[in-house]
Every structure is written in structure tokens, then in C-alpha cells.
Design a binder for this molecule. Structure first.
Ligand code: RAM
Length: 513
């Protein structure tokens, strides 16, 4: 069998059985939005006692974030229904979403992601199974119309929840500190909701496997639900969908057939290398390492072509040529150079593990040369920071990734991170994805207290805003930040934000017994 087909066969054999469970709303609520956008949630009359007429609204609170399919049990009182019940049903991960007008969204991402249905129910009573899988805590039902001769009753509402996270494998992690305990719990919940037949990036959107997200989910999984088989499946899915030259796509679909997306990003393809390294370190699964090693090696070979003859990565204006973060002003050149160096280090570790000593030595030489080039081309001697692109842009991202690439001694790296923090002109971080790397960089240079402060301040900031799961984007100075032209399509349960569980459990190891 051809190698890629073999990889996909292995991936298929590792498809997890999803656990299903029925959950019901824990209360009926009334939602109100204040002028500053804050939403208050108060308990309201229980849904099943209400007689609903045209224009009535029922909001259900499931008490936590769930992913699943919903069935509404509908009845009536009054005369025999002489017209259909016409309903709108909206799902929200955060209550705020229910105040957004889907029709007013004109951003570049499809409105199709907005979790909203309109249905006609011709015959009552009925059990109406809604057509999609939803990610939500709140469900809002609006009666668009019924006839004057009857009122509608919602007698029951059941969600069949799905996840492949097995609660029995989640190690207890008692923490004396309630703030950190809550951050850990929300992080675990985030990962759990994203664990479906692959590690999805977001169960609301995009509901697919992205390599950059997988890398962080895998780290969190090793420290929590420990689903190594799911990581292995995802690695084989990527390896099995490499293009003709061997390059891995940034993301892939699994339905109706497994298929790579036609989006390629410099950094995401490379992240196969550290993801395999982390899997190897966590499992010691040598067979998988040996089988997937050529795929990992190939990503570095292909990325190498993006450098000029002097060893400097070529910059590009193409949006998304290299991801790094969702800050649309961010220049990626320095970040890309650093990410390549970071991945070279991971590749060297794998080469050593496989006894490929000659290759390992060559990789080390290449690392030194490209590191020197980073300093000669991208280091601003006067400002003492890395700059990026023709405009010599200063950003958090460039410094964070250079630290992670190991180009500085720990004290120098710590000083660099402090320096950028004091530069208001530096391009900011906008996603938990880049904040993850900031925390990682702080830990690498020994700034443990500051790393913990970031967990408390940044992820804790989402908790303070009522997060049950961590969000795709969070800019404390602009909570309505969206690269998509509107927060209604943002994902509020997003894989790459689940890593506080990894940091707290694995890197800080501050749990109490
Ligand atoms: C977003 C996705 C995903 C991320 C990409 C680059 O569209 O939600 O999480 O990896 O961007």
C-alpha cells in the first residue's frame, strides 16, 4: 500500500468512539444588555410552564459549555393548531452573542457559521431534532408566529452531548488558589469540548483540525485527558494528506472524506516537527516516530527554500503566508525566522533520538548560521530588540519567538521580554495562541512569577468576563477584537487557548495534594 494511504488507514483505525450523554437546561433565564454591552443573566419562569404566543422568547441556560445535538419537545394548549409554529433558535457560547445581529455581519468569513435556525413545525405535538451539531451554553427560542387559536409549549429540551474526552482519565488537580483552580477548570472544559473525532480548533468554528492548534492541544492533553491515541491519529491524518511535494496543509477536513485544505502556512507546516517531538517525549512511541520522521524532515527541507542565499527568510505581503498571530498589522519575517530555528531544534532532537548523528550535526550548523543571520539582519542595536520587515517593525511576536528559538541566553531573553513590554509602539498580541508562546518564553528564561501573572491577568481576564471556555481571541484593551470583521463569528471555545491546564499541571506543578 502507498505510504500516504497507509497513514490514512492508521488514522482511520484510531478514530475515537465519541461518548454521548444527555444534558438538559439547568434553568430558564432572562438576558439583558446594558449600554456598555455587559449582559446580565437572571433566573426567569421555568420554560415548561410557559404558554408561548407570537413574539415570546425563552432563554435556556445549560449551566456550562456543551457540544451536541438538540431536540425540542413541543406541545400546545388551546385549539388544535391551525397554522405552523414558526420558530427561530439561536445558540450561544457566551450570552453576549445573542445580542448580535447576524444580518448586520458583513465580514469576510461566512455567516454560515452563526448558530441560528428557523424552522416551521407543521404538526404538534412534536419532537424536533435540530439539524446541526452546536457548541453552546445558552439557547434562545423566539416564537416568530403561531396562530391566535393556540399557544406553544416547550415541554422538554435535550442535548445529546458528544466528546471523546474521558472524564475518568482527567487527574484531579486540587489547587488552594481559587482563581487558578477556575482557570484550570475552564481550560480543561475548552479542551474537552474540542475533543471530537479529531482535536477540533473550535466546535462552533472552524470545526476542523489545524496543525498549529493541534500542537497546543496535544500538550494540554498529555497533562489532562491523556488521549495520546487522538494525537497519534491527528499526526497520521496530516502525514497522510501531504501534497505532491510532501508539504503539509495548515488544516484538514475529515468529512465527507479526509482531505487537506488548500491553505498552506510556513509556520503551521513546520509545527509538525515539534508536535511529533512532543508526542515522542510524552509516549516513547518509537514506531510512530520512525514512520513519521520523513514527513517531519520534509517540512524543514521545504521551509528552507523560503530563505535567501544569506540565510534570511524572505518576507511576504501575502496574508497568512505565515500565521504567528491574528494581529493583521503584524509583519511575520522575524517571527518566521525564529519559528524555523525553533523547529530546527526540535528536528535535531528527533534526529538524535533516531541516531541520525551526521544529520544532527548539520542541523546544528544550520541553526548557528541562521541564528547569526537573525542578529545581523533583524537585531536593532540601538533599540536592543528584533525588528521585522522592510519597515523594521517591533512586535511582541518577534521577541517572543526569538526567545523560544533559543537565540539568547536566559538573562538576555528575560531582559528582551521586559524591554518590549515597555514599548507601547510594539505590535500587540491578540490571541491566546500568541499569549501561550509568551508564557512559554517567560518560563524558558526563568520568569516564573511573571508567567503566572500572565495566566492570572490574561486567561483570568476571560474568566472575569464569565468565560466557561477560553476564547479564540482576547485583547484585554479591546474585547471586541475580531480579525473577521465582527465578533459574531468568533469562536468562544477555542483549542489554542486551553494551555493554562498544561502550564499549571505540567510546567508550574503547583497543585496541592
Ligand atoms: C483560525 C482558526 C484556527 C487557526 C487559524 C490560523 O481561523 O480558528 O484556530 O489555527 O485561524
Amino acid at each position: 500500500m502507498e505510504t500516504k494511504a497507509l497513514f490514512l488507514k492508521k488514522a482511520a483505525e484510531l478514530t475515537p468512539v465519541l461518548q454521548e450523554r444527555e444534558v438538559r437546561p439547568v434553568r430558564t433565564v432572562a438576558l439583558e444588555q446594558a449600554a456598555d454591552g455587559a449582559v446580565s443573566v437572571t433566573e426567569a419562569e421555568a420554560f415548561h410552564t410557559r404558554q408561548l404566543r407570537a413574539g415570546d422568547v425563552v432563554c435556556l441556560d445549560f449551566g456550562n459549555h456543551f457540544v451536541g445535538r438538540l431536540t425540542l419537545n413541543l406541545g400546545f394548549s388551546g385549539s388544535h393548531p391551525d397554522a405552523p409554529a414558526w420558530l427561530r433558535i439561536q445558540f450561544a457560547e457566551r450570552a453576549q452573542e445573542l445580542f448580535e445581529d447576524a444580518d448586520a455581519y458583513h465580514g469576510w468569513i461566512s455567516k454560515g457559521w452563526i448558530q441560528q435556525e428557523q424552522i416551521h413545525v407543521d404538526v404538534l405535538p412534536a419532537a424536533v431534532a435540530l439539524p446541526r451539531r452546536y457548541a453552546f451554553r445558552y439557547v434562545k427560542l423566539t416564537v416568530l408566529d403561531v396562530s391566535g387559536k393556540y399557544s406553544l409549549r416547550l415541554t422538554d429540551c435535550v442535548c445529546r452531548e458528544t466528546t471523546c474526552a474521558d472524564a475518568s482519565t482527567l487527574p484531579a488537580f486540587p489547587l488552594d488558589d481559587p482563581e487558578l483552580a477556575r482557570i484550570d477548570a475552564v481550560a480543561c472544559r475548552t479542551l474537552r469540548s474540542c475533543m471530537q473525532t479529531v482535536f477540533e480548533d473550535g466546535p462552533k468554528r472552524d470545526r476542523r483540525l489545524w496543525l498549529g492548534d493541534l500542537r497546543l492541544q496535544a500538550l494540554a492533553s498529555y497533562a489532562t485527558y491523556r488521549n495520546d491515541e487522538l494525537v497519534k491519529r491527528c499526526l497520521y491524518l496530516f502525514a497522510g494528506t501531504a501534497n505532491e511535494e510532501g508539504r503539509l496543509a495548515a488544516c484538514l477536513f475529515t468529512e465527507p472524506e479526509v482531505e487537506a485544505d488548500d491553505t498552506y502556512m510556513f509556520d503551521y507546516s513546520l509545527f509538525f516537527i515539534p508536535t511529533l517531538r512532543d508526542y515522542w517525549n510524552a509516549t516513547g512511541d518509537r514506531e510512530t516516530l520512525a514512520e513519521l520522521w520523513p514527513t517531519a524532515l520534509r517540512q524543514a527541507e521545504l521551509a528552507r527554500k523560503c530563505f535567501d542565499d544569506t540565510g534570511l527568510i524572505r518576507d511576504s505581503d501575502v496574508l497568512g503566508w505565515c500565521f504567528v498571530d491574528w494581529n493583521l498589522n503584524l509583519n511575520k519575517q522575524a517571527g518566521a525566522q525564529a519559528i524555523y530555528l525553533y523547529c530546527l531544534n526540535a528536528l535535531t532532537e528527533l534526529a538524535d533520538a533516531l541516531g541520525e548523528h551526521a544529520l544532527s550535526a548539520r542541523l546544528k550548523e544550520e541553526y548557528q548560521a541562521k541564528k547569526q543571520r537573525a542578529f545581523s539582519a533583524l537585531w536593532d542595536k540601538e533599540k536592543q530588540v528584533f525588528v521585522s520587515g522592510a519597515g523594521r517593525q517591533i512586535s511582541w511576536a518577534s521577541q517572543v519567538w526569538m526567545v523560544l528559538a533559543g537565540v539568547l541566553e536566559p538573562e538576555e531573553g528575560a531582559a528582551l521580554l521586559r524591554r518590549v513590554a515597555a514599548m507601547p509602539e510594539a505590535e500587540k498580541m491578540v490571541t491566546p495562541y500568541l499569549y501561550h508562546h509568551y508564557v512559554d518564553a517567560l518560563l524558558l528564561v526563568g520568569e516564573r512569577d511573571q508567567a503566572l501573572n500572565v495566566l492570572r491577568g490574561y486567561w483570568g481576564g476571560m474568566v472575569k468576563q464569565g468565560a466557561d471556555t477560553f476564547w479564540e481571541l482576547y485583547d484585554p484593551s479591546n474585547p471586541n477584537e475580531s480579525p473577521y470583521g465582527g465578533t459574531v463569528v468568533n469562536s468562544f471555545c477555542h483549542a489554542w487557548s486551553c494551555t493554562p491546564a498544561y502550564f499549571l499541571r505540567h510546567r508550574f506543578q503547583i497543585g496541592t495534594d
